[in-house]
Design a protein around this ligand. Structure first.
Ligand code: CUA
Length: 479
């Protein structure tokens, strides 16, 4: 209880639609706090409250928290953040034993006295408090400027450091295609924008955490901010303009990257678990490495025989999925290699157990070297073993079957011919010609013990009888 009975009267404005609220409030103030209360006005809506406030001298606005007809949010927004000097509180009397006070936080009745005392002392010397407030305002204006200048400088410093730092780290490999140019330009632009935005956000957060942290012993509440329309419109409009600008640049780069050349070299790229096959229909070449002449556009027709794979040569920048499903799903990709060198195509779509090893060489060579390669590939050898070795390579057999006894996804070919093979169903067979032909044509028919049934059946359909005979001749030599 307060010992001081000489306190002046408190002038309150009550906002409630319930007559009983006033009674409850009066007894709360009188009995619990021993304070004389003068109810200046009782209103039932926001407009009357504003009207009453303009005409009369009010110390405290008390809003009935449990009154559904009053819009609490609206009242708080108008009185608390509207710059009104009046103190507005919400009081709930729905349970008289534990009346609640809502002054931006909930206080039980037991703390009411302490809160009221604190409120009174701050109001007791209005002239001094006002003077302090004015001084505070002037001080905050200049120090607010100072905060913005310091934080702004830090943002610039961090942005520059990030951009310089990224120049040190090689974020992208060498650019080896004409398509890489517009993509890299866009990437650089995006990176600068991201470096700036990252700095803007991080610097302001860290600055606030450090400079505006709560000092020891400071129990006061922060300023209540409901919103800032100017700021919200600004931070919506600026990103909108940035995004529209980027989408325009993106569309322009895409058009540049996909610009067709009618004389482009056609290559069919087939992805299969887990190897690549490259077919040059103009020359009748099938190859397990992609050989491209420099400074000439190649158009790749990409397809898959099993699951989704993805064609990705980081140095060319462009990337495209290979889809199963036939003609309809063939995708194209245009690449104009500019740098002679050897690269690697890797699969960029998780496609099974050997996805990580689904790589093939990509060679960018001069036109003269390309012509030599074409001549070598098209000249058919008279030696079936040589041809068999070539087919095994070209059709990707050797990415699953080793020639040196090491274990890959499939059984090794070393010493295979004529050996006894234990099958998963318990049978033991001799690896003769008939067995090998069946294993190629119908790979699921006889599964070798310890190996999964994963060999693509599509291979058997594509290989002619003659080529299978060549492969068998080649396997026979592996002893
Ligand atoms: Cu094919 Cu991953």
């Amino acid at each position: 209880m307060f010992r001081n009975f000489s306190r002046p009267t408190v002038h309150v404005l009550i906002a409630s639609n319930h007559g009983l609220f006033r009674h409850g409030l009066m007894s709360l103030f009188k009995k619990k706090l021993g304070v004389k209360v003068d109810v200046v006005a009782e209103v039932t809506n926001l407009d009357s409250a504003i009207e009453a406030l303009e005409k009369r001298d009010v110390d405290l606005v008390i809003v009935d928290y449990d009154d559904e007809q009053l819009n609490r949010e609206d009242i708080l927004a108008r009185f608390v953040s509207g710059g009104s000097q009046k103190k507005v509180i919400l009081v709930s009397l729905s349970n008289p034993e534990s009346a609640m006070l809502y002054d931006r936080r909930e206080l039980p009745l037991s703390q009411f006295e302490a809160w009221f005392e604190a409120w009174r002392t701050s109001e007791d010397k209005p002239s001094k408090a006002f003077a302090q407030q004015e001084g505070h305002k002037i001080r905050t204006r200049s120090s607010r400027m100072k905060h913005f200048v310091v934080a702004g400088l830090l943002v610039i410093v961090l942005t520059v450091l990030l951009i310089l730092g990224a120049g040190q780290v090689r974020l992208l490999p060498v650019a080896a295609s004409a398509q890489a140019e517009p993509i890299d330009q866009l990437f650089r632009l995006m990176f600068f924008a991201i470096a700036f935005l990252f700095s803007l956000i991080v610097v302001f957060i860290l600055y606030s955490i450090v400079v505006f942290r709560r000092r020891k012993g400071d129990e006061s509440d922060a300023r209540h901010v409901e919103g800032n329309t100017t700021l919200e419109v600004t931070w919506t409009a600026i990103p909108l303009v940035i995004v529209l600008g980027l989408s325009f640049l993106g569309a322009r780069s895409l058009a540049e990257v996909e610009r067709p050349d009618p004389k482009a070299l056609e290559v069919n790229v087939i992805g299969l678990q887990w190897t690549w096959r490259f077919e040059y229909p103009r020359y009748g070449i099938v190859s397990n490495e992609l050989v491209l002449p420099a400074n000439k556009q190649a158009i790749l027709y990409l397809s898959s025989t099993d699951v989704i794979h993805s064609f990705w040569v980081p140095e060319f920048r462009v990337k495209q999925d290979l889809l199963p499903g036939g003609e309809e799903y063939v995708r194209t990709l245009r690449i104009t290699p500019t740098e002679i060198g050897s690269y690697k195509v890797r699969c960029a779509e998780l496609c099974g157990i050997r996805h990580a090893y689904m790589e093939s060489p990509v060679l960018v060579v001069s036109q003269a070297d390309f012509d030599v390669w074409v001549a070598q590939q098209t000249g058919e050898s008279t030696d079936p073993v040589e041809r068999g070795r070539k087919w095994s390579n070209q059709y990707g057999c050797l990415s699953c079957h080793s020639l040196d006894g090491s274990q890959l996804v499939g059984p090794t070919w070393l010493g295979l011919f004529g050996s006894e093979v234990k099958l998963a169903d318990g049978r033991t067979v001799i690896a003769d010609e008939a067995y090998i032909i069946e294993s190629i044509r119908n790979p699921g028919a006889a599964i070798v013990e310890g190996y999964p049934n994963i060999m693509p059946a599509s291979l058997g359909q594509e290989l002619s009888d003659e080529r299978i005979q060549d492969i068998i001749a080649f396997i026979k030599t592996l002893r």
